[in-house]
Design a protein around this ligand. Structure first.
Ligand SMILES: [Ca+2]
Ligand SMILES: [Ca+2]
Length: 124
């Protein structure tokens, strides 16, 4: 299904890596993901399963399959891992504020006050 397409993306990104035998380097992943601030960094860390600073073919495929060819639940888990900054299995207030504190402030994303959920609270 989507694997041949992922293979092409991998080849392209890997060709820019400073160590092609290890895989795609951090910078190329950040450019590819184009996520704001800390989210790009977290995306890389979640993709780099063995934490060697590179995303090899297996890691890349695993990551993309989790995003594009997975159930809603698997996708949710992926996003959860990105937000679980300290990897303790919980997304705490600290995790969120750490990520938000590294968000670049742009004029295109105005914050128009709190949403319904935070105003009324999320229950127990
Ligand atoms: Ca790796
Ligand atoms: Ca956490």
């Amino acid at each position: 299904m989507c694997i041949p397409y992922f293979k092409d993306i991998y080849k392209d990104l890997n060709s820019r890596s400073d160590d092609k035998t290890k895989g795609i380097n951090r910078l190329s992943i950040l450019e590819y993901a184009a996520l704001p601030g800390m989210l790009g960094e977290r995306f890389f860390q979640v993709m780099d399963l063995n934490n060697d600073g590179y995303v090899d073919y297996r890691e890349f495929l695993t990551g993309l399959l989790r995003i594009y060819c997975s159930t809603f639940e698997q996708r949710t888990k992926f996003v959860f891992e990105i937000y679980d900054f300290n990897g303790d299995g919980l997304v705490s207030k600290e995790d969120i504020s750490t990520i938000l504190s590294y968000m670049p402030v742009t004029k295109s994303t105005p914050v128009l006050g709190e949403g319904k959920f935070t105003q009324e609270g999320g229950g127990a």
